[in-house]
Write a new protein. Sequence first.
Length: 94
Amino acid sequence: MTEDEVQAIRRQKLAAWIDAAGGASAICKKRGLPKAAESYISQILSGYSFGGRAARSMEKKLGITEGDLEPTATTSIQSPQPDPSMGLFYACIV
């Protein structure tokens, strides 16, 4: 698998997780991330480089299990797990 293919899979998994979590704007607000994070997510989904280091950083910031954005991940990125720090509303929409 080429690096371009790996990055494309990471983008697809990130997009699925973002959609399931209510969109980039909603998840950034819930996680207390700056507006720049929403812009960065948009850039990644539009084709900006998304290497392994960037993927690990994004997973950490968004509360995605480490490695779930990788092509070999066996967990489902489709259903984000509720983060208790995000309150009852988030847990209800997931």
